[in-house]
Design a protein around this ligand. Structure first.
Ligand code: HEC
Ligand code: HEC
Ligand code: HEC
Ligand code: HEC
Length: 132
């Protein structure tokens, strides 16, 4: 009996480590960069914004990503959840509060508030609206 007990223990430890690695991989799978561009509430002149995504991953995923629950309430990000485009929820048809009613507004609220706190130069239009 003894060897199989030991074997079971090793297996359990291995699974725990493997599980941790899978969780870590999920936490780490953000894209290197994304270009954010409105498709629904489009402006006359499109102004895509550039986000160096991995450079922002010192922030937890839930610092930017979240979901929508009942009563249009925000629900916290859960590791490994499906990531939807912000505009899926933040657009004129979904009746969000005015300050976050469009992709532009929601993005400016999220991105600009932090950039302004960090350094005024980071809030210049050309920082995010660049051709990079
Ligand atoms: C910290 C990043 C950031 C800064 C700084 C920033 N923006 Fe944006 N902006 C975004 C993001 C993200 C979007 C969403 C992209 C979109 O709407 O297509 C956006 C959207 C927009 C849109 C809508 C464009 C479209 O195609 O729908 C306009 C117009 C705009 N910004 C103007 C400005 C102006 C003017 C400034 C400077 C005063 C500025 N932004 C500064 C991130 C930024
Ligand atoms: C600074 C804010 C921010 C942080 C922090 C952040 N993300 Fe994102 N992420 C975004 C934005 C903005 C988009 C683009 C959404 C859009 O286009 O509407 C995005 C897109 C994504 C996408 C979809 C990429 C695609 O090509 O469709 C994945 C997957 C993703 N993020 C995973 C993560 C994970 C995992 C973490 C945590 C490790 C994380 N993100 C942290 C802001 C962030
Ligand atoms: C699945 C739907 C959904 C997606 C996708 C989504 N949001 Fe939201 N978001 C919500 C809901 C719901 C709220 C809460 C609205 C309220 O307070 O009435 C919210 C609130 C916010 C707020 C306000 C937070 C505050 O402190 O008041 C910001 C800013 C925001 N979202 C930005 C984003 C950005 C940027 C993205 C893409 C990275 C995104 N959201 C993706 C549903 C979504
Ligand atoms: C919680 C804080 C925070 C949030 C939220 C945030 N940023 Fe930033 N961002 C920073 C800091 C700090 C820097 C400067 C350090 C660096 O370059 O990594 C930065 C730098 C940048 C740069 C310049 C990077 C370069 O290589 O020159 C871009 C572009 C940018 N952010 C876009 C965005 C966009 C778009 C969003 C919203 C989707 C966003 N950021 C949200 C903190 C934030």
């Amino acid at each position: 009996m003894r060897p199989s007990v030991v074997h079971g223990t090793i297996l359990a430890v291995c699974c725990a480590i493997f599980g941790a690695q899978v969780a870590f991989a999920n936490e780490d799978n953000g894209p290197e960069r994304v270009v954010i561009q409105s498709q629904i509430d489009t402006e006359k002149v499109a102004k895509p914004a550039y986000l160096p995504h991995q450079k922002h991953q010192w922030l937890e995923c839930d610092g930017c990503h979240h979901g929508k629950g009942a009563n249009r309430k925000m629900i916290d990000y859960v590791a490994g959840q499906k990531i939807e485009k912000c505009e899926t929820c933040h657009n004129r048809k979904t009746g969000m509060p005015e300050r976050i009613a469009t992709l532009k507004r929601a993005s400016h609220m999220l991105c600009m508030e932090c950039h302004l706190q960090q350094d005024k130069d980071l809030a210049r239009c050309g920082v995010c609206h660049t051709k990079k």
